[in-house]
Design a protein around this ligand. Structure first.
Ligand code: CP
Length: 311
């Protein structure tokens, strides 16, 4: 079997369409494993993985940890808040010290864009990017496209709108790369201040009117406003944002088509979507979370296979 074309998962930009389809096929097998009474396989008994989280996370951290445990890997968890980074240790020194303990793979979330790529070029280990600042969040995009494929049969030719804070969102950029590689039509929609100037280079449609965007699409991915990455105000108030770019049940049911609603989490209920939308039968938010474990199992398994083949 031909494996992945990459040694690290730094971003979707570096993956081929064949890589993405291989990850999906592998995830199909693991999805059946995690729905069995015994949810574990012995595939990675000889692999040790360090999870390095320099930024807060609930879904991604737990999902990677569960994926690694389901594959029987040994794992160590590192949280920046309680580490010697506070004493001035550099990222490379921290990681090299962890690798000296014979770690094969590093899963890392970091606030700085490019941190995963930097690490992949400076330490001798496989790196999986679990989100680097406002740059990429590749496993989120993979699980999002996988969930669309599961819900609608395929991603090709589906119309997907990504709504909200496009400028600060690593989920948006990775989703754009992934959806376009799989042949979807992609639109972004949000306030002009939250649509980046380089958007034209990404080959997506841009719409500022949420009703027009939702009447066009098959799938709406409603993003959280990333207040923690904003140094200035990008819109007058949260209430105005919600009036113009929020989705509630009345709005959803007034649309001509029954669209699929997605959200990467964490949700600000009542800001980008209301509870009746988040919990409706058109929402696949919890399916996205479930699929995240199978996708992360597939990514780790395929990267570990490459280590075994090359050693
Ligand atoms: N979707 C996502 O990355 O969520 P967390 O920040 O909780 O990991």
């Amino acid at each position: 079997m031909a494996g992945l074309s990459v040694k690290h998962l730094v971003g979707i930009k570096e993956l081929s369409k064949e890589d993405i389809n291989l990850i999906f096929q592998t995830a199909d097998n693991f999805k059946s494993v995690i729905n069995r009474p015994i949810k574990k396989v012995p595939s990675l008994r000889d692999i040790t993985i360090a999870n390095l989280f320099f930024e807060n996370s609930t879904r991604t951290r737990l999902s990677f940890e569960l994926a690694e445990k389901r594959l029987s890997a040994d794992i160590v968890n590192f949280s920046a808040a309680s580490s010697s980074l506070k004493k001035g240790e550099t990222l490379i020194d921290t990681v090299n010290n962890i690798l000296a303990m014979k770690v094969d793979m590093v899963v890392m979330r970091h606030p700085n864009p490019g941190a995963a790529k930097f690490l992949s070029e400076h330490v001798d280990s496989r790196i999986v990017n679990a989100g680097d600042g406002s740059h990429e969040h590749p496993t989120q995009a993979l699980l999002d496209s996988y969930s669309i494929r599961e819900e609608l049969g395929e991603v090709k030719d589906k119309k997907v709108v990504i709504v909200g804070d496009i400028t600060h969102s690593r989920v948006a950029l990775s989703n754009i790369f992934c959806l376009k590689k799989l042949g979807a039509e992609v639109m972004v929609c949000g306030p002009a201040t939250l649509i980046p100037k380089y958007i034209d280079e990404l080959g997506v449609k841009v719409e500022y009117d949420l009703r027009k965007a939702l009447e066009w699409c098959d799938v709406a991915n409603m993003l959280r406003v990333q207040f923690e990455r904003m140094e200035v105000n990008y819109f007058p108030s949260i209430r105005e944002y919600t009036m113009l770019y929020g989705l509630d049940g009345d709005f959803l049911h007034s649309l001509p088509n029954k669209i699929v609603v997605m959200h990467p989490g964490p949700i600000n209920r009542g800001v980008e979507i209301t509870s009746d939308v988040a919990d409706s039968d058109q929402s696949i938010i919890l399916e996205q979370v479930e699929n995240g474990v199978a996708i992360r199992m597939a990514v780790i398994y395929l990267l570990a296979e490459k280590i075994k083949r090359e050693s």
